[in-house]
Design a protein around this ligand. Sequence first.
Ligand SMILES: COc1ccc(-c2ccn(CCC(=O)N3CCOCC3)n2)cc1OC1CCCC1
Ligand SMILES: [Mg+2]
Ligand SMILES: [Zn+2]
Length: 352
Amino acid sequence: DTIPRFGTETPHEAKLAELMDNIDAWGLNIFDVHNYSQSHSLTSVMYTIFKKRNLIETFRISPQKLINYLVTLESHYLDVPYHCSIHAADVTQAIHVLLLIPSFENTFTDLEILAALFAAAIHDVDHPGVTNQYLINSDNELALMYNDTSVLENHSLAVAFKLLQNEDCDFIENLSDEQRKILRQISIDMVLATDMSKHGAIMQTIQSFHQSLKAKQCKDSNSNSSTNDSLVLTEQKERVQLLREMLHCADLSNPTKHLSIYTQWVDRIMDEFHYQGDRERSAGMPISPMCNRRTADIEMAQIGFIQAIVEPLWQMWAQLVYPHCQQMLDNIDSNRQWYEYQISNRSSRNNT
Ligand SMILES: COc1ccc(-c2ccn(CCC(=O)N3CCOCC3)n2)cc1OC1CCCC1
Ligand SMILES: [Mg+2]
Ligand SMILES: [Zn+2]
């Protein structure tokens, strides 16, 4: 039986086709994709990107096995407000767009691109909608299993690779042993780097690392492109470091999106945090920061998140790939201003 154009059957194929025309754009509305793909945004986004990047031919992937894996992976994302399959689809599409930046035209091998997209798709699978700290504080079996270390990130990796052992889901069967080893190595490295506890280390090294890359940046004498020429990294270790940063950026990309998309993610993360806070309250545990729905200041929390984490990270990234990613910085700025305006409005309302 033939495979549907976007990997999954949907009565809205024409509408989905229209949306998928924007698969290379930062402005893709992933929530619309989710609705018009019958809640298969992760499957349809990954399948479309794999086709577009010719990865199915390059790695002799069985389209049916790819679909089998993606549908199974998607079904192992839980129905939680934020860390559901839409977030995985969002981060996967984001990393696809970041990999399209001209600075990376000649940087990564096809295998590294395959690994990066795979890592993005799997990075939060089976996420229970609570933080690592909550799992540790509540003596959860996952914290016991992973010795309190990057508990959720280790769990998602284990689940994702377990699913791959399923004969009719093994879409990488035609990769050589060496290629499978590299794919596994890069995916593990990238997913573990999405743990916020690694953020400090990434910020420590990013400045000097990027300066060394800019210094080596090749200026093709014959190219007349106004933008900087592509970054050439001879060491796989350095390319993986860049991919690690890239997935972390994609995971922290909500404030870089248009306000109408960003606010939907804010609603979802706050639902998830407040639900965790409810569980902590009823268990007599201390309520985690930003998880108490009774004292939440959502606007202030987002401004703090943008100023402390998102803007510094994306500024580093935008500097490396200048003049690309200016749109992300502009959106961060306008979104922060919008939240500041909400707060100023709030106080004047109280004065009336
Ligand atoms: C749209 O809002 C957010 C979008 C993403 C994040 C966020 C932080 C760290 N990550 C990376 C994954 C991670 O480590 N997490 C997942 C979130 O829970 C903490 C552990 N993602 C936080 C967001 O808002 C928070 C709630 C108020 C301010 C901060
Ligand atoms: Mg995560
Ligand atoms: Zn994530």
